[in-house]
Ligand binder design. Structure first.
Ligand SMILES: [Zn+2]
Ligand SMILES: [Zn+2]
Length: 457
């Protein structure tokens, strides 16, 4: 059995991993690098001989896990792709949106168009939805729990990260391999804590996103929500609006659920809340699947909020800004040519307005730069715009959808793997896990997988 990291760097980039077992090639995830362009944004697909992939397994519908799937399927048109029903529905929305973004980027900055709507449509004919906690063969046959010993099989477990996210247990050659995907072991507001298997595994392929961020003393999500509430109340007193840059998938819906709780308990009034067009489509799916997916607040329909409004269309960025409004707009990193970037440039130098950050932002991204900026300092949000002084009210909160490093460490100790492969993290994050797990599990080999180099398991 062999594992190859097809991601170009040891980082949170274009996540993609190859598992070769029993003469079969299984690809885990097919992401797109959020900061790269063209071929550099893709996994090392050239290491996969044309038509050689037997199956693809997707952990969830975030771009860094699904973003290059149409390209992978163009080279491997016969490979079935397995995912949850929620990921199947979200995947179509995300990939078609990605084509629209690439169209715009091609027109405005001459960026490469990696695939088109037609590629998404052709590829999606091979997508298969599988329920949680049932083993399937890599040909898509449902297996009874006793019959899967001599075939290669996989089984999904809810990962608590976003709608549809899973960890995958692969059984092959008498071994158990578990890939966490992106995971959260604690409840968010909508997403319920992961329900991963706790029996021993031979190999654990583990995300390490927060390995470099210790949880502060006394930190709880409830306290963080109270801090957000106080900041919103303060922001509204300023007679300004509040801009919250959020990822369209996951963070938007978690934020809307928190705002719902604040409104329901009378802590904030019926403030108009604006979200973008992509966020609206995804929020509708959260509502549609609310009783058929594991989650908290199963009766809450986010789109029923009477003050929720959608900003969509070409001129959405020119919408007049009003006081006493919350603009929860993507992208979370305020990337150029997104609504949160356009609105960010309008509020950043206005002392009455507020910007709140509620999730991860890469330090190099516009959101990362604003987060690190002190009052009065200049910051440039887009390549064609002039630097502006930061004069608005700014606050940051931690509502990460990823597991704390402490919970991941506990999980690794519980399942006692013979080998742990560290993925989805920057070097310092992987370094922390390598050190502490080396102490916790002295008999376990802990591997940071060099891109492109096969590892015998
Ligand atoms: Zn994710
Ligand atoms: Zn990810």
């Amino acid at each position: 059995m062999r594992f190859t990291n097809l991601t170009r760097g040891l980082e949170i980039g274009a996540n993609c991993y190859l598992l070769e077992t029993s003469g079969k090639k299984i690809v885990l995830d097919s992401g797109m690098h959020p900061k790269q362009e063209g071929e550099n944004a893709c996994p090392m697909f050239d290491l996969l001989e044309h038509g050689s992939v037997d199956a693809v397994v997707l952990s969830h519908a975030h771009q860094d896990h699904i973003g290059t799937l149409p390209l992978l399927l163009r080279d491997h048109p016969k490979a079935p792709v397995f995912m949850t029903e929620a990921t199947r529905k979200l995947g179509g929305i995300m990939l078609h949106n990605s084509v629209n973004v690439m169209d715009r980027q091609r027109e405005e900055i001459g960026a490469t168009q990696l695939f088109r709507h037609r590629d998404v449509e052709i590829g999606s004919k091979k997508w298969r939805a599988c329920p949680l906690e049932h083993p399937f063969s890599i040909h898509g046959e449902r297996l009874s729990s006793h019959s899967h010993h001599d075939t290669v099989s996989f089984e999904f477990f809810d990962a608590g990260h976003i709608l549809g996210s899973v960890g995958t247990l692969i059984r092959a050659e008498g071994k158990r391999i578990f890939y966490t995907g992106d995971v959260n072991f604690e409840d968010q507001t909508i997403s319920r804590a992961a329900t991963f298997p706790e029996e021993p595994v031979d190999v654990l392929i583990m995300e390490t996103t927060r390995g470099d961020s210790p949880t502060p003393e006394g930190f709880t999500r409830a306290n963080e929500q109270a801090r957000l509430l106080a900041a919103i109340q303060e922001g509204l007193k300023r007679e300004g609006c509040i801009l919250i840059p959020v990822f369209a998938l996951g963070k938007t819906q978690e934020l809307l659920a928190m705002l719902y709780q604040m409104r329901k308990s009378g802590q904030i009034g019926a403030i108009p809340i604006y979200i973008g067009g992509l966020s609206t489509k995804i929020t509708c799916l959260y509502d549609e699947l609310r009783s058929s997916t594991p989650r908290l607040l199963p009766n809450l329909k986010l789109m029923d909020c009477p003050t929720l409004q959608t900003l969509a269309g070409k001129d959405a960025g020119k919408t007049e800004l009003h006081d006493h409004r919350i603009y929860a707009l993507s992208s979370g990193m305020m990337s150029e040519i997104t609504l949160s970037n356009v609105f960010g440039r309008r509020v950043i130098d206005q002392p009455d307005e507020s910007i709140f950050f509620v999730g991860y932002a890469d330090p190099d991204s516009p959101a990362g730069q604003v987060r690190a900026c002190s009052q009065g300092q200049l910051v440039q949000l887009a390549s064609h715009s002039a630097p502006q002084p930061l004069l608005c009210n700014k606050e940051s909160f931690n509502f990460s959808a990823h597991s704390s490093r402490e919970c991941l460490r506990e999980y690794a100790k519980k399942v006692q793997p013979k080998k742990i492969i560290l993925v989805h993290g920057d070097a310092p994050a992987m370094g922390w896990f390598k050190e502490v797990l080396g102490g916790d599990l002295p008999g376990t080999e802990i591997i940071t997988p060099t891109p492109g180099e096969p590892i015998e398991l």
